[in-house]
Write a protein that binds this ligand. Structure first.
Ligand SMILES: CCCCC/C=C\C/C=C\C/C=C\C/C=C\CCCC(=O)SCCNC(=O)CCNC(=O)[C@H](O)C(C)(C)COP(=O)(O)OP(=O)(O)OC[C@H]1O[C@@H](n2cnc3c(N)ncnc32)[C@H](O)[C@@H]1OP(=O)(O)O
Length: 183
């Protein structure tokens, strides 16, 4: 099914997953969709390798952790997640050098915590890794480096690019195989 992108999310300065100035990082971009889910787009590189040609499992964990954590921002733009639990299933290897998509959603929200699930989807539609995670809610203004004039606060912003997709198409089949197209 095709999903409209409603909003691109903020990127940070130095986060391993979304830091625009972290040259060892994934520099992932995140898009809120009209079905309430969050899509991340990223391309693992050689710096992220485990065995030759294959992304490190810790990299898969990092992107899934951040995608599920960011899914809370779909309904509360100023809320961040502090990970307390992360469980992964590695089903297929994640290749280097290919643009991939990761999807996340919230499955349970309480006053102090939230939980969610996510999947990394390969170009052929197969799910490479899936995760469940739990977070403590941390409002943006309670982050240690929140002061308005800090570099981290100033660079927490939406960076619009001509490469941003306007819609993202994927199908979640009952056997968890998923097809992907970016528009
Ligand atoms: C200023 C500008 C900012 C710019 C932003 C910059 C960068 C942004 C990047 C991305 C932004 C967007 C979203 C990102 C989302 C995720 C990205 C990655 C996030 C991380 O990379 S973050 C680092 C890893 N993370 C830790 O470093 C946590 C270490 N941890 C602790 O610091 C304590 O653990 C603490 C304080 C969390 C809780 O401490 P506490 O004393 O308050 O805990 P308490 O016992 O009250 O538990 C409370 C609830 O957590 C459950 N719980 C606790 N521990 C658990 C465990 N081990 N397993 C399962 N559940 C657990 C309990 O069961 C209860 O849940 P419940 O209420 O449902 O029962």
């Amino acid at each position: 099914m095709k999903h409209k992108v409603l909003r691109k999310q903020e990127n940070s300065r130095m986060c391993l997953v979304c830091g625009v100035k972290n040259d060892f990082g994934l520099k992932a971009s995140f898009y809120e969709l009209d079905n309430g889910e969050l899509a991340g787009i990223f391309t693992p590189r050689e710096e992220h390798q485990s065995y030759p040609g294959i992304a490190h499992g810790g990299i898969s964990a990092a992107i899934l952790d951040e995608t599920i954590g960011r899914a809370i921002m779909v309904t509360d733009r100023d809320m961040l997640g502090y990970t307390v639990e992360l469980n992964l299933k590695y089903k297929k290897h994640v290749p280097l050098g290919q643009k991939l998509i990761v999807i996340g959603r919230i499955t349970r929200e309480k006053s102090r915590t939230f939980e969610g699930t996510g999947e990394i989807i390969l170009a052929n539609g197969e799910v490479a890794a899936s995760a469940t995670a739990k977070y403590l809610k941390v409002p943006l203004d309670k982050m240690p480096s929140f002061q308005e004039d800090s570099e981290d606060r100033m660079e927490w912003q939406v960076n619009i690019s001509e490469n941003d997709p306007r819609e993202i198409e994927y199908e979640q089949k009952t056997d968890m195989k998923t097809c992907l197209r970016l528009g």
